[in-house]
Design a binder for this molecule. Sequence first.
Ligand code: ADP
Length: 399
Amino acid sequence: MKILVINAGSSSLKYQLFDMDNESIIAKGLCERIGIDGHLKHTPMVDGKPVFDEDMSFPTHSEAIAAVLDKLVSAEYGVVSSMEEIGAVGHRVLHGGMKFTASQLVTEEVKEAIRACFPLGPLHNPANLMGIEACEKAMPGVPQIAVFDTAFHQTMPASSYMYAIPYKYYEENQVRRYGFHGTSHRYVSAEAIRVMGLEAEGSKIITCHLGNGSSLAAVKDGKCFDTSMGLTPLEGVPMGTRSGDLDPAVVEFITNLEGCTVSETLTMLNKKSGVLAVSGVSSDFRDLDNAVAEGNERAKLALDMFNYNVKKYIGSYAAAMGGVDGIVFTAGVGENSASVREACLEGLEYMGVKLDKEANNCRGKLQKISAEDSKVQVYVIPTNEELVIARDAKEIVEA
Ligand code: ADP
């Protein structure tokens, strides 16, 4: 069975087509500038097929999806002979609120629930739904599956997910911690349990998804026990452009200072903060490394703050679970930056973490990076959210 995986953003749409017989990617691509003008890069992953990389007209997500499907079956760039070969489409959906604890076959009710979560994921959920509806239109009858970033975290106990604010905001407005990157935390924690030869029951894993956006999760008995992102993906460790945790009073202070709206302050906290703001250099960790090498003190401070906060979360999650068997690093920074991993773990020897510096000198592959005599095992595990989405979609259509 072939499964198409779609990650629709407000002006972009990424896709991968999987052959689930061997879980290989047979084509992938990216539609950009949807609603502005449009550009499609389509890359067939089979021998002899050229890459398509041209401007196109994408007034809405519908035209973008139509162009993708056209390329997937075209004689020149195609990898399938007809659309009938595509058994299902799996969609990444940011926010599933409290309703979804697992991936869902899209029905009118599911779409309504995704719509009901628009206020919780105002940038992503509308785009995700547009992606779903564009596919429904372009490929009628093909099952559409929604895979939620929040679903894995729905197992958190109330003491992890509640905010200490008046209870009615939880009861009436569902204000609480949800957590994100759930598909990634689910995948790498399960991989860790597998490679460490543990039973899920009784296992204690801390997963560090460190990328442009970063979050950590405490995974106890194979289930999420706590996570660092909250009602929105702004909470937690400092990120590329997001502030992460701060005293909420900062919002009023800066809003008054600037004479701007709360929403403008929130945009600043989401898009102009994090390591970008502290360093004054870049949100990209490679640029920060280069700046540090040139002696830039603020770039060093930005990295120090990032590493320190990751370490604080690791320590708090070890305390929360009553210990830790394994720590996993994943995503762009977690998979690639040996220096970030080393700094995040520095000083944790007291809790049984001993890094193997030589093994840590790796990138982008599954690798154990703790020493043989380390009580806590530490791994780099490349995440694969698209594969999880494809697997979920396959499982649901075959059920
Ligand atoms: P997203 O949250 O957009 O999915 P990724 O998980 O792809 O992000 O991570 C992107 C980040 O990974 C970038 O900020 C980049 O700095 C970082 N990154 C990629 N390669 C390296 C590297 N070799 N060293 C340090 N950071 C890296």
